[in-house]
Design a protein around this ligand. Sequence first.
Ligand SMILES: Nc1ncnc2c1ncn2[C@@H]1O[C@H](COP(=O)(O)OP(=O)(O)O)[C@@H](O)[C@H]1O
Ligand SMILES: [Mg+2]
Length: 251
Amino acid sequence: MTYLLECEGVTKNFGGLVALKDISIQVTKDEIIGIIGPNGAGKTTLFNIIAGALPPSYGKVFFKGQRISEKPASEICRLGIARTYQMVRPFNSLTTLENTLIGLSFGRINPPDYKKRVIEAMNILTFMGLGTKANNAAETLTLVEKKYLEMARAMATSPEILLLDEVLSGLGPAEIVRAMDTIREIQASGVTVIMIEHVLSVIMELCHRVIVLNYGVKIAEGKPNEVANDPRVVEAYIGNVEMGEQETLNA
Ligand SMILES: Nc1ncnc2c1ncn2[C@@H]1O[C@H](COP(=O)(O)OP(=O)(O)O)[C@@H](O)[C@H]1O
Ligand SMILES: [Mg+2]
């Protein structure tokens, strides 16, 4: 079977530090996959490797059967994998619209006609609730708006896979509910979503499958409720502030 995305024995060393150790993951179309794990577990590093920002030390990544782990990030993006950044990275002096147009220009489809690109970018910004901010410099946006701009720029590349790196962190409870709806709509439009997330209630509600990393090792994988009850996961991850957030959100 050819998977939409497959990581095969991915290892990443930073000097003596093993950030990822022999990670194998298979992703099929239309899933929402959650990646959880304590800080420093290797979650962002995994995204960096899938998106081509970093090469793996060992192992391979395949997208629809094609090996992508030797390709530059720009080419992987054009093939159909987009990502957001945990630390938001807008082009500050450009407008919200221009940031989104960059996604369109370097993405999978790249409409040749500028007017069509602007219309498409405005549609995406409106979907993300940023329509009225189109002509504002990105640096003037609030953190929440910058998080949506990350998603807008990524979606502008017409991805088949969207990698979301903690897009919900820093959002209040009401904003989290709205962002969850946005992610659901993105998935319903045919985009496979892989999301790194700390708020467990979000993972439980949104994700079809969860992968747990701890010190660079995959310690569990399965349906959200299975994973949440796995003793290794409880020991590594649950039982701290995340549970408190979940209770608050469900209250
Ligand atoms: N470019 C890098 N150079 C050196 N060490 C790094 C680099 N990126 C990440 N690391 C280290 O790798 C480990 C995993 O980091 P990261 O993937 O950011 O974790 P997470 O996203 O799960 O919090 C951490 O110990 C981090 O300090
Ligand atoms: Mg991270």
